[in-house]
Design a protein around this ligand. Structure first.
Ligand SMILES: CSCCC(=O)C(=O)COP(=O)(O)O
Ligand SMILES: [Mg+2]
Length: 230
């Protein structure tokens, strides 16, 4: 089979450790929530997110709704948008730096240099994705990516989301390789024809599903799918 023309990558558990997201990013947003809303709640972008929270959790106090979603790690668009705005402050002043597994940046650069289109699909907001890759431990990687997609395109376990991303990239689904640690996301991508590979990173404790090709790191993905080596 010809190498894929595009690689679509998940973040948490794929490019980036689960521990960074769960033990650094999420607590950072939890700790800053009330203070951020007190300082910025009237700003149009934040007020609009709070309207979305009220619409998604009618009759509930918005802060309580946000706290409930945080506790449940719910992939709810207004929570993800607000977390992204809070993290932005941390990236801007140096308290946060986007974690990448050591194999990731070199492979992304090699794949892009080889003409492969790169894109990101994460439950984290597009703004949060840009900040993580823009302030990553390997420098600013955002110029490598042709597209960033979040839950505004649809949920990651739903097949139409992947059809919409393929359409946005202007490529047949069969020419796109989706990388994720979550088998249900790979199932959804496969359902509309994308190629798929599960990242089974030992340090994240990922459990192989047995339903998709599996690799421990990006060089393994490169070897299996005929992509440029770093
Ligand atoms: C943009 S990094 C934050 C990731 C995040 O908020 C999240 O919920 C993880 O989602 P993913 O789809 O990358 O597993
Ligand atoms: Mg993931």
């Amino acid at each position: 089979m010809a190498p894929p023309r595009a690689v679509l990558t998940d973040i948490e558990g794929t490019t980036t450790s689960i521990a960074f997201v769960k033990d650094r990013l999420f607590p950072f947003a939890q700790a800053a929530l009330e203070g951020f809303l007190a300082a910025h709640g009237a700003a149009p972008a934040v007020a609009s997110i709070l309207d979305d929270v009220r619409a998604a959790a009618p009759g509930q106090d918005p802060v309580a709704a946000l706290r409930g979603w945080m506790a449940a790690d719910a992939k709810v668009t207004p929570l993800k948008a607000l977390q992204g705005l809070i993290w932005r402050q941390g990236y801007a002043d140096g308290r946060l730096k986007g974690h990448l597994w050591p194999d990731v940046a070199a492979c992304l650069r090699a794949w892009r240099a080889g003409g492969v289109t790169l894109a990101v699909y994460s439950s984290g907001s597009v703004e949060a994705q840009r900040d993580l890759f823009g302030h990553s431990e390997a420098g600013d990687l955002t110029p490598l990516f042709a597209g960033f997609f979040d839950t505004r395109v649809g949920a990651k376990r739903e097949a139409p989301s992947y059809a919409a991303i393929a359409a946005a990239l202007g490529l047949p689904p069969e020419e796109i390789l989706f990388l994720s640690d979550v088998a249900e996301e790979l199932d959804a991508a496969r359902a509309v024809g994308l190629q798929a590979c599960q990242l089974v990173r030992a340090a994240d404790g990922t459990v192989p599903s047995g339903r998709h090709p599996e690799e421990a790191d990006f060089p393994g993905v490169a070897r299996r799918f005929g992509l440029s080596a770093a």
